[in-house]
Design a protein around this ligand. Structure first.
Ligand code: NAD
Length: 462
């Protein structure tokens, strides 16, 4: 069989990859002391990725997916151990979700116009080296998911991860590069620094070789990125309300809301953070929350104690974020039964445990006099983030009215919030939901730029 040029190229790449595996110290793929060196390495890798066929990109993605599946439990345990947030079982599921449902190169599509004056295409081209800032709430999930999408789009990526999750982030970045090398790709498709700080983040944001920055985190980081003068994808904070009206299956609504709210101890930005229910169903909903869904009803005194522990000096106490309900209760001296999954109470929308994005399994229930009042209160509680909201209703007019008023990137109807990530719902997975800048649920195509390719007066063959 004659050997074609592309076959030779593939063999050369594979040999080079194996040599790189041998050269790099174990556990050090993609990890640098200095941010400028990390960017330089990602740029070199980008030169190789640019020359790859889509098929070669896809080969690396398959290898990455395999590595994630093999390491899901290790990553989940590392994440919980390092950050003290979330729970291992749910984090394992989140990693499998990333491996199975994050779109690859199939998301890179072409639009064509063909007519008397020729053929015009819009193609999705890579940006090159993308800068990405990631949160401590879903550290490896975000890094792995971002890299799959960014690489599928033909880019490499420089991460400035949350310092509190740096070990887990380094482990994930190392895996990504090992997967690339094993599939014949380059080292440094994803890179970071050993000690990420605001300074390394600034170097990244100002670097001439970074044209696009994806920020996943709270309002501060999104504002910083949007002020950088570069194009920014801003995946910011949420405070998703779950609205329940009188037409809902109340028993199922209670179950769905608790399942969504307690997933990974409420860390996902899309998770139910409070309930707004019309007055006529509040008592029934409370009944099902407490009797069938392992919720603990907090008294007024316990709510006050929770406020003082969870909101130290009016600021969110990081030591409480992502903790389970039993641990939170033990912090206020309550020894709750082992089965308790969530803390509930009824209160006004201004209650600090309701209006704040806590990222803990605490669900305040706000009573509304009717559906319109419920919509108004839910919109207020979402704080204009336009991130996520949920509704339990069988009235299509009500659902439509709510959807228009709340104007969020995600609106889940009659299911737990995680259905929005493709878990028990249709659609793909992402851990970067660009609520502030409007791209919505990011995927490979989000990380590309549109390029028009025109052939005038030819190639129309109709
Ligand atoms: P965080 O805002 O504290 O940190 C996120 C990242 O931004 C970290 O890497 C941090 O070091 C960096 N950062 C913070 N301020 C910065 C600044 N001024 N300049 C540069 N970098 C800065 O958030 P967190 O606690 O890690 O994560 C929780 C928050 O992120 C919640 O508000 C949650 O809703 C949000 N979040 C949003 C999404 C989404 O897809 N929209 C996904 C996950 C988390």
């Amino acid at each position: 069989m004659p050997i074609s040029e592309s076959m030779v190229q593939e063999i050369v790449q594979e040999v080079m990859a194996k040599m790189q595996i041998a050269d790099a110290p174990a556990g050090k793929h993609g990890i640098f002391k200095e941010m400028n060196d990390a960017i330089e390495a990602a740029k070199k890798a980008d030169q190789i990725v640019r020359k790859m066929s889509m098929d070669q990109r896809e080969k690396i993605l398959t290898s990455i997916r395999q590595k994630i599946r093999e390491n899901a439990e290790v990553l989940a345990r590392m994440g919980v151990d390092e950050t003290g947030m979330g729970n291992v079982g749910d984090k394992i599921l989140k990693h499998h979700l990333v491996a199975d449902k994050t779109p690859g190169t199939e998301d890179i599509t072409t639009t064509a116009w063909s007519g008397d004056r020729g053929l015009t295409l819009i193609e999705m081209g890579p940006f090159g080296v993308i800068g990405a800032i990631t949160p401590c709430t879903n550290p490896s999930e975000t890094i792995l998911c971002n890299t799959i999408g960014m690489l599928a789009g033909g880019n490499t990526v420089v991460f400035n991860p949350h310092p509190q999750a740096i070990k887990t982030s380094i482990y994930a970045i190392n895996l990504l590069n090992e997967a690339s090398l094993e599939a014949g790709g380059p080292d440094n498709i994803a890179v970071t620094v050993e000690h990420p700080t605001l300074e390394t983040s600034n170097i990244m944001m100002k670097h001439k070789d970074i044209q696009l920055i994806a920020a996943t985190g709270g309002p501060g980081v999104v504002t910083a990125v949007l002020s950088s003068g570069k194009r920014g994808i801003g995946a910011g904070a949420g405070n998703p309300p779950a609205l329940v009206d009188e037409t809902a299956d109340i028993r199922k609504a209670a179950q769905d809301i608790v399942n969504g709210c307690t997933f990974d101890n409420n860390l996902p930005c899309i998770a139910e953070k409070e309930i707004v229910a019309v007055s006529s169903v509040v008592d029934e909903l409370m009944h099902y929350l407490i009797t069938e869904n392992d919720c603990y009803l907090a008294s007024k005194e316990e709510q006050d104690k929770l406020v003082s522990v969870v909101m130290k000096d009016g600021r969110l106490n990081r030591k409480c974020v992502g903790r389970d309900a039993k641990t939170l209760l033990s912090m206020i001296g309550v020894n709750a039964p082992a089965n308790i999954r969530c803390i509930v109470f009824e209160g006004p929308k201004e209650h600090p445990l309701i209006t704040t994005e806590l990222m803990m399994p605490i669900l305040g229930v706000v009573r509304a006099k009717d559906f319109d009042d419920a919509v108004e209160q839910a919109v207020w509680l979402e704080h204009g983030n336009r991130h996520s909201a949920h509704i339990h209703s069988k009235n299509i007019d009500n659902i439509t009215k709510y959807a228009k008023a709340i104007d969020t990137a995600i609106l889940v109807k009659n299911a737990p919030s995680y259905a929005a990530l493709g878990f028990g719902g249709e659609g793909y997975c992402t851990f970067t939901i660009a609520s502030r800048t409007g791209e919505g649920l990011t995927s490979a195509s989000t990380f590309t730029k549109r390029r028009r390719c025109v052939m005038s007066d030819s190639l129309c063959i109709r």
